[in-house]
Design a protein around this ligand. Structure first.
Ligand code: NAD
Ligand code: WQD
Length: 346
């Protein structure tokens, strides 16, 4: 029998895209999970989806992390937490350029409040959702964790750079606290069951939801943002990582700090597939996985896009023992199955 009390994790942003898939992987690995999410970018239905997949009803506290007393109340209610995985944040790069204050207010206050609770309630293990956007417009490929960070290209990216710095200094001052920042590249795909996946807003602009949105008929065609770059086919290169592989990295990182295998009390890991795919290759992978042709056109470059970025993930492989099991076709197959499943009227 597992000792449930010893394995209780708080996931913030637990009804969001990556948080919900991580909850499934944590439950599959014997953890007890609670969540905080105020549904500002998700809905309570996700708790039903998690239950449909795992058979477990996860308790979510509908609390805003910016509200310190509400956040503290969750820790008072759960004095047996062993760790926190902090996903909750605003994440739309373009919107952050329009609304920088909202991004700093939400993402930085949320982080500060969670860290204060970890300190006051002596919760020793902490994982932070960071992003490849901290690297800025880097020329050094593949990107390792030691690649120097360039200026942030957006207020969103700056909240991640500042977040990492806050955790760095906090961990230095609190030697018993173990923190990990995971820098995700391009998360995509859905759970194999097609019972849960990404539910982006209608104006979402990430490539994979755009592709499945076109295939299902919600959008007319995919516009490839530039095919005149200096890459193998002229379109931009990214490192697409399956959300369930990403989810499992959180479980592995939590087990790693719980077993005190970490050498320093703040460590950083890249999470990607470790190889790049162009936009046109992503479209081909979708066509292969779905067996259908996709309507697309070559359009102008999108402002702010880097030409190419992909990860060196050796550190996560060697230190955490993490290995992605799915490739870009698996991403497209599962994203497509989820798009079809959620488009069927109930
Ligand atoms: P998401 O928007 O689907 O999930 C975030 C969740 O946090 C949402 O359910 C939202 O309601 C909740 N939330 C936000 N602010 C909150 C607050 N103040 N109080 C309570 N709940 C709040 O996003 P996601 O794609 O699952 O991303 C999770 C994390 O990973 C974020 O920190 C994001 O910046 C980071 N990340 C995402 C990507 C990506 O492409 N999806 C890439 C790199 C990093
Ligand atoms: C992928 C590629 C586009 C849509 C963003 C954030 C990053 C991280 C991950 C949070 C690019 C091309 C896209 C379309 C296209 N998030 N594209 N037509 O911009 O790499 O990364 O999400 O931390 O910080 O910036 O992701 O999915 O928008 O684009 O040609 O309709 O697809 O140009 O090359 P991006 P994306």
């Amino acid at each position: 029998m597992k000792n449930r009390k010893k394995n209780k994790i708080l996931v913030t942003g637990g009804t969001g895209y990556i948080g919900s898939h991580t909850i499934v992987d944590l439950i599959d690995n014997g953890f007890d999970v609670i969540s905080i999410d105020n549904y500002m970018n998700s809905s309570p239905d996700v708790l039903d989806n998690i239950e449909a997949v795992t058979g477990v009803r996860v308790k979510n506290y509908n609390a805003d992390l910016v509200n310190y007393s509400a956040t503290k109340g969750v820790f008072e209610d759960n004095k047996d937490l062993i760790g926190v995985i902090h996903f909750a944040a605003l994440k739309a790069v373009g919107e952050s350029v329009e609304k920088p204050w909202e991004y700093f207010y939400n993402n930085i206050n949320g982080l500060l409040h969670i860290l204060k609770c970890c300190k006051d309630f002596k919760v020793p293990n902490f994982i932070f959702s960071s992003s490849c956007s901290v690297y800025g417009n880097t020329q050094q490929l593949p990107v390792t964790e030691d690649t120097p960070l360039q200026d942030a290209e957006s207020p969103y990216a700056r909240t991640k750079q500042i977040g990492e710095e806050i955790i760095h200094d906090f961990a230095k001052a609190h030697p018993q606290f173990n923190a990990i920042a995971l820098r995700y590249f391009n998360p995509a795909g859905a759970h194999e069951s097609a019972k849960m996946g990404e539910s982006p807003t209608s104006n979402a602009s990430n490539l994979v939801p755009v592709i499945t949105g076109v295939a299902i008929g919600k959008r007319e065609k995919v516009t490839v943002f530039g095919a005149d770059y200096d890459t193998r086919d002229g379109s931009c290169v990214r490192d697409y990582i399956h959300v369930m592989d990403l989810a499992n990295a959180h479980t592995k990182a939590m087990q790693y700090v719980m077993k005190k295998q970490n050498k320093k009390n703040y460590e950083i890991f890249n999470l990607g597939l470790g190889q790049g795919a162009t936009v046109l290759e992503a479209i081909k992978a979708f066509e292969k996985a779905s067996g259908q042709k996709l309507r697309y056109e070559i359009g102008p470059r999108r402002e702010g896009d880097v030409v190419a970025i992909y990860a060196n993930t050796e550190r996560a492989t060697q230190v955490l023992g993490w290995q992605p099991k799915r490739n870009i076709e698996d991403i497209m197959r599962t994203a497509w199955a989820w798009e079809q499943a959620r488009s069927i009227p109930a």
